[in-house]
Ligand binder design. Sequence first.
Ligand code: HEC
Length: 388
Amino acid sequence: MRYDVILPGPIQPVFNSMKQAFLITLLLASCGVPSPLFSQDAAKDKQKVAALMRLTKIDVNEEARAKLKAAVIRHMKTVTDESEFLTLATRFKIVESNDRLWDIVSKSQSDNNRVVAFGILLELNDIQSISDKVKMEDRPDEMLEAISMTTSLKVIDILKPFLLDRQLSASAKNIAVKGLGRQKIGQEYLLQLAQEKRLPPACDFTAANILLTSSYGEIKSAAKKVMTLPASAGSKPISPIAELVKRKGDAAKGVPIFAKAGTCANCHKVNTEGKEVGPDLTEIGSKLSRQAMFESILNPSAAVSHNYETYIVETIDGLSFSGVLVSETDDKVTLRTAEALTKSILKEDLEGMRKSPNSLMPNDLQKNLSEQDLVDLVEYLMTLKKKQ
Ligand code: HEC
């Protein structure tokens, strides 16, 4: 009798599927997806965190809770959703979330998340270390914006010193002024600086707009004694932006103002018309609000975009040029001047080069325009929308 050795049938497939599972595990691990081997720990962390979310009295920052805190930290590192991360950061208040919170403050698409993140930072850190962090930024505008949108008395103390900081750009200062202007004691501080003539010129326009339309009667009338807005045609001070935005303009009348009286086309293109010193405005109506449009025209230095910073260049022969930086190579720098001329200067002829705090766009363009001209011009710019 022959006994055939019969291999139990299923072995082969089982082996295969185990091998496959193993390979999938390897693959997932290499893709950064938690493999089943690690996920047990991750699942435990998640359970602990879920329990802690209910046990709101437990403070993981207490020394005796070090292990729980470690689980919280590990779990928070795995959370990619911003809102979920903020919910956890609000609950646990651990300094280990500082870096990610600053990241949200400066980069999040959601203003709400930026403000929530800054609110937590405000609880976790003292005012000095927050100020130091902002000062270390090359372009602190985004951070200052989130700070300025946060309603807290502490914010006033953070923002105040920035106004008088010489290193800070005009655009950053204007953001700080707006933040101060959102609270009564901030407005009082601005008024005091104006009364003592200590308000930096870069802040004049924004501060005057806030104080001259303050809802606090005593601030408004005190401001009227020490502040004025720049004059439009006919030497009459222009009305605050809060009033200009409410007026209705005639877009058709704005077209020739853009090309001629306003001199805008000397520096801006709309479709194929105009020169390219400043940004192309063909779709500006989709980018800026009506309020921001008035601000860009009346106070250009307050919001200079990154790509259009003005540089002042001096040569060893004592010549000086200013313009928007077009390019910089190892041996030369190229600027576009306010007259739309392109100037290249060899590095070997260069004495010095610095960033100007001001926009290349003149800050007194309204002086040749009546208030109605300006309103018509903005009405026109608002019609320049992105084509679908
Ligand atoms: C001498 C050149 C010059 C003239 C004249 C000029 N601009 Fe500008 N403008 C610029 C530059 C450079 C920028 C970019 C830097 C900045 O934001 O200040 C700019 C920025 C702007 C912006 C903001 C654009 C954006 O993408 O945020 C608007 C809006 C604008 N100008 C409108 C006007 C209007 C309207 C006029 C005419 C009343 C005008 N400009 C006249 C140079 C000029």
